[in-house]
Design a binder for this molecule. Structure first.
Ligand code: ADP
Ligand code: 5GP
Length: 205
């Protein structure tokens, strides 16, 4: 299958990217790609975010998210426990700081799956961050995936599609774009990016 990357910025030769940020519009397939990657490579560590969103059927506290009430999220912010946080389509989401810093200190690759606002915060605060944008093959396919997932009410889908227009317009802020045509291909490419060594110029092959 043809490579799905649209471009890449080589890392500086002396820096091995350790912190990979995966972003992209809601419904593009971020969770699916990450789940596939972790099925094949269970050793890949993914940060578990805190959120005020209610769990979807099958989602478990501490696995997909730490599901918290508004007051608890306020406390996480006030205590400086979040590396970044953002409000997205009516709910708040944030990355627990300590777990990420512990992994980075241990020299292990770290993967964050967060929205555009969070990606910008991480880019500004963590010099080792490598930003990966997951793009849909087309707008119509994005709408199909988001609607077909069947987890949100029509008005929530509308809010997420509004956010998607903004996120798609920000693609150029990212270091590399992967187009989610094939979950298997994108997972492999994402892993290659995470494990890239100094001097590697691209991810193809
Ligand atoms: P996100 O985490 O970005 O919001 P999901 O991972 O929940 O998106 O995926 C949204 C929907 O799209 C799901 O129903 C998923 O099965 C489907 N999907 C994900 N990747 C692909 C793909 N490459 N081809 C077809 N459908 C996909
Ligand atoms: P969902 O409700 O579909 O699980 O996630 C909605 C959006 O929130 C997605 O774009 C997802 O990447 C983003 N998100 C998940 N966790 C975090 C986080 O910790 N911080 C930020 N900024 N966004 C997050």
């Amino acid at each position: 299958m043809a490579a799905t990357s649209r471009g890449t910025t080589p890392a500086p030769p002396d820096v091995r990217p350790r912190l990979t940020v995966l972003s992209g519009p809601s419904g593009v397939g971020k969770s699916t790609v990450v789940a596939h990657l972790r099925k094949v490579h269970p050793e890949v560590w993914l940060s578990v975010s805190a959120t005020t969103r209610k769990p979807r059927p099958g989602e478990r506290h501490g696995v997909q998210y730490f599901f918290v009430e508004d007051e608890e999220f306020d406390k996480l912010i006030a205590n400086g426990e979040l590396l970044e946080w953002a409000e997205f389509a009516g709910n708040r989401y944030g990355t627990p700081r300590k777990a990420v810093l512990d992994r980075l200190e241990a020299g292990e690759p770290v993967l964050l799956e967060i929205d555009l606002q969070g990606a910008r915060q991480v880019r500004d605060s963590m010099k080792e961050a490598h930003l990966v944008f997951l793009a849909p093959p087309s707008w119509d396919e994005l709408v199909r995936r988001l609607t077909g997932r069947g987890t949100e009410a029509p008005e929530v889908i509308e809010r997420r599609l509004e956010a998607a227009r903004v996120e798609l317009a920000a693609e150029t802020e990212f270091d590399v774009t992967l187009v989610n045509t094939s979950v298997e291909d994108v997972s492999r490419e994402l892993l290659a990016l995470m494990l890239r060594r100094p001097g590697d110029q691209n991810i193809s092959g």
